[in-house]
Design a protein around this ligand. Structure first.
Ligand SMILES: *[C@@H]1O[C@H](CO)[C@@H](O)[C@H](O)[C@H]1NC(C)=O
Ligand SMILES: *[C@@H]1O[C@H](CO)[C@@H](O)[C@H](O)[C@H]1NC(C)=O
Ligand SMILES: *[C@@H]1O[C@H](CO)[C@@H](O)[C@H](O)[C@H]1NC(C)=O
Ligand SMILES: *[C@@H]1O[C@H](CO)[C@@H](O)[C@H](O)[C@H]1NC(C)=O
Ligand SMILES: *[C@@H]1O[C@H](CO)[C@@H](O)[C@H](O)[C@H]1NC(C)=O
Ligand SMILES: *[C@@H]1O[C@H](CO)[C@@H](O)[C@H](O)[C@H]1NC(C)=O
Ligand SMILES: *[C@@H]1O[C@H](CO)[C@@H](O)[C@H](O)[C@H]1NC(C)=O
Ligand SMILES: *[C@@H]1O[C@H](CO)[C@@H](O)[C@H](O)[C@H]1NC(C)=O
Ligand SMILES: *[C@@H]1O[C@H](CO)[C@@H](O)[C@H](O)[C@H]1NC(C)=O
Ligand SMILES: *[C@@H]1O[C@H](CO)[C@@H](O)[C@H](O)[C@H]1NC(C)=O
Length: 618
């Protein structure tokens, strides 16, 4: 979350400055940010609690991995101190030097009292993990985050500096020091693996094997902070200049995003007209819609409508113990295929990527990685942008309110698309990259604004089609649905105390379809969390409360499936069921049980003709 010092002060100053204003009724001025001081009295000798995010295991080759313990560090008072650095050397003694999988592992313990802290891990300035710490208990906690970092293969084969920024604060009250080990596991390819590809069937990285070059679109060291850019408001654009080799034939921009302080709960921020009509001060505005906009040399090239990650102290901290919120331990990054624009960057000159956030309030942490594929058989490729369709946002706000109560419907949609060709030793390939977004947010305020209901859905379709004049080379389609529902009822109990009742649903669904010379690859994920929480809050301290969470996670892939159904209440796991059986795949409209949205194409995406790239094909 990053609840750095100054926002803490802001919180106190808000409540000091305006005890009599009409916003005093709105407990939402507390930013859904509370701090836990009391919890069930721990028994003596209680072992540390293991916190976890529900996710599928990483598929690894059946080979013995080499492990590389690259960092051990105690993150005590690290706020606004330089990131912790370590020298990274590629493994040299690991049997085969071809790795089928590379897995990053963060293992941490903490004990005492502490806020959740956002952190980032960079290798050579390229971000490889954005995450949030778990909030400790007096008896201690432990948690592990594992991430498949095979897509950063080329970077991992060269000497680099590893940088970790975790801005923690220690004083007499906040005693939690984060003890951290970082280990990287290298899995050699299986011997019979003649079809060696670093990113086996991994659509996360787009298609085919990893990029030959990954350029950081982040801030340079030295810094007393993370390498991310900080976007402070809606007119703030942060940018970075870069140059690419003149023999590139493909480019993907991977964007990392997290939102904090006044925009930590952007999806619940009030429309400005509601704030103005009620003369509210000190409440969070600009409405509930945000869009991260990416530009190249001043021209919009793509966008990210982010998933509503809730950090481990967010909304009701008791909900996230020990099952943490979707994405909170491994925030999603978002890929934008910018190959159609490569032609504008192949001149050997400096170019500039810009990052901004529509409607932003202080503060967004954003950076990006530019993944570049190079033509081994030529020194120069050429390309041309053929067309671009970057229609402006279509935003509609329908509101009906009287005083502090009312209803607001915010709907936004946008389609961004670019087409361009690149001529390399692979031929003249035309790529069309399209992003389609649809957003709706229903917000209801009742009881003088103390009851808030939010129902938000983001639909996010991406597609990339690559063709030669005579044939199709590949296609990738991804359909995402991010859903957020919350019923939040605050009741004033007098004496600066209020009770809070929360019901929450968080959903992350994605379906991916890829077709190339490797064949057809289809995967789907349905990840759903429900939570119910109660708490009594005095000032911003949780005096008592209870949180319960139920989660179902279903992944169906080409090679394996994973299902988990787990629930916790009051720090205890109630049930936890796992299975590897695949749900029956129904090639029909109604198949995926989530209504019409989970359609499958009735027509199979085209299968590409055989196409031999220089590094296992593109
Ligand atoms: C939560 O569990 C503790 C024991 O660990 C118990 O003392 C407490 O009453 C429980 N709270 C609720 C609300 O059930
Ligand atoms: C980190 O690794 C060291 C050495 O293996 C070990 O003593 C320590 O307990 C580990 N700490 C965590 C948090 O895993
Ligand atoms: C927005 O942020 C930029 C960058 O920090 C700053 O220069 C500018 O004054 C801010 N604009 C507003 C309206 O606050
Ligand atoms: C807001 O302030 C204006 C001007 O001071 C006043 O006319 C209006 O009644 C106020 N509205 C509310 C809801 O307090
Ligand atoms: C606005 O809300 C009021 C009170 O709920 C309702 O009576 C009225 O019909 C609504 N108006 C519109 C245009 O929806
Ligand atoms: C995403 O694609 C599906 C299937 O083509 C379509 O029904 C849906 O409207 C698309 N969503 C957006 C936001 O365009
Ligand atoms: C966008 O969402 C609205 C309602 O939320 C729906 O009516 C509309 O059909 C959607 N559009 C697309 C293209 O999916
Ligand atoms: C209000 O809070 C104060 C300070 O926490 C406490 O001393 C007092 O007893 C409380 N009053 C009531 C009526 O709860
Ligand atoms: C909240 O969840 C609880 C437990 O599932 C349920 O009893 C209650 O009706 C829900 N309340 C709302 C407003 O959805
Ligand atoms: C998860 O387990 C609970 C408790 O056994 C059960 O009620 C629920 O139906 C299960 N959900 C799914 C999707 O299997």
């Amino acid at each position: 979350m990053a609840f750095p010092l100054f926002s803490l002060l802001l919180l106190f100053s808000l409540s000091l400055q305006q005890p009599l204003s009409s916003s005093a009724n709105l407990h939402r001025t507390t930013l859904f940010r509370t701090e836990l001081i009391s919890e069930p009295k721990p028994l003596i000798n209680t072992p540390p609690t293991t916190y976890f995010e529900v996710t599928k295991p990483i598929e690894v080759p059946k080979t013995k991995p080499c492990s590389y313990h690259i960092l051990q560090h105690y993150f005590g008072y690290t706020y606004e101190k330089p990131p912790v650095l370590a020298n990274y050397t590629p493994p040299s003694n690991c049997g085969s030097q071809n790795f089928g999988k590379i897995v990053f592992e963060w293992k941490a313990t903490c004990k005492g009292r502490q806020f959740d802290r956002i952190f980032g891990v960079w290798l050579g300035g390229v971000e490889i993990l954005r995450s949030c710490t778990a909030e400790p208990r007096a008896t201690g906690i432990v948690w592990t985050v594992q991430k498949d970092i095979t897509r950063y293969y080329s970077l991992l084969m060269t000497h680099q500096t590893l940088a970790v920024y975790l801005g923690n604060l220690i004083d007499n009250t906040y005693t939690g020091v984060y003890h951290v080990n970082i280990t990287i596991y290298f899995y050699p390819v299986e011997e019979h693996g003649s079809h060696y590809k670093p990113n086996l069937g991994n659509l996360d990285s787009g298609y085919g094997s990893g990029a030959d070059l990954i350029l950081p679109i982040s801030r340079n060291l030295p810094l007393n902070d993370g390498l991310w850019f900080k976007i402070l408001n809606s007119t703030d654009t942060e940018s970075k200049e870069f140059k690419i080799p003149q023999n590139a034939y493909r480019a993907v921009l991977e964007v990392y995003v997290s939102f904090h302080e006044n925009d930590e709960f952007w999806y619940g921020n009030y429309p400005n007209e509601y704030i103005a009509a009620n003369n509210l001060t000190g409440v969070l505005g600009n409405g509930p819609f945000r869009e991260v906009v990416v530009s190249l040399d001043g021209r919009v090239v793509g966008a990210v409508w982010p998933f509503t990650v809730i950090y481990t102290g967010g909304i009701n901290p008791l909900l996230w113990r020990p099952i943490t919120g979707i994405g909170s331990f491994d925030l999603p990054s978002y890929d934008i295929e910018i190959t159609p624009l490569l032609g504008t960057m192949l001149d050997g000159k400096t170019h500039k990527i810009g990052l901004s956030v529509a409607n932003a309030l202080n503060v967004w942490y954003i950076d990006a990685n530019l993944h570049i594929w190079l033509d081994r058989k030529s020194d120069k490729t050429e390309g041309q942008l053929l067309s671009q369709s970057m229609l402006p946002l279509v935003v509609s706000l329908v509101s009906n309110f009287t005083g502090l109560d009312g209803k607001f419907v915010t709907s936004v949609s946008r389609t961004l698309s670019s087409t361009g060709w690149v001529k390399s030793s692979h031929g003249k390939i035309t790529t069309k990259s399209t992003q389609e977004f649809n957003y709706s947010n229903f917000m209801v305020m009742e009881n003088d604004g103390n009851l808030q209901i939010i129902n938000q859905v983001i639909d996010y379709n991406d597609s990339v089609y690559a063709t030669t004049p005579s044939s199709s080379v590949r296609s990738i389609k991804s359909y995402k649905r991010f859903s957020f529902y919350m019923h939040s009822d605050d009741v004033d109990q007098g004496n600066e105390t209020y009770s809070s009742l929360i019901n929450l649903t968080l959903g992350f669904n994605e379906k991916k379809i890829g077709a190339s010379d490797d064949g057809l690859s289809v995967s789907s994920l349905k990840n759903l969390q429900n939570g119910q929480g109660y708490m009594l809050v005095k000032g911003n301290l949780v005096v008592s409360g209870l949180g319960s969470t139920q989660q179902t996670y279903r992944y169906n892939g080409d090679k394996f499936c994973y299902f988990r159904n787990v629930s916790s209440s009051n720090y205890t796991i109630l049930y936890d069921k796992m299975s590897n059986t695949c749900a029956k795949r129904k090639w029909s409209h109604s198949g995926f049980g989530l209504g019409k949205w989970w359609f499958f194409p009735t027509r199979r995406p085209f299968l590409a003709p055989v196409f031999h790239g220089n590094k296992g094909g593109i």
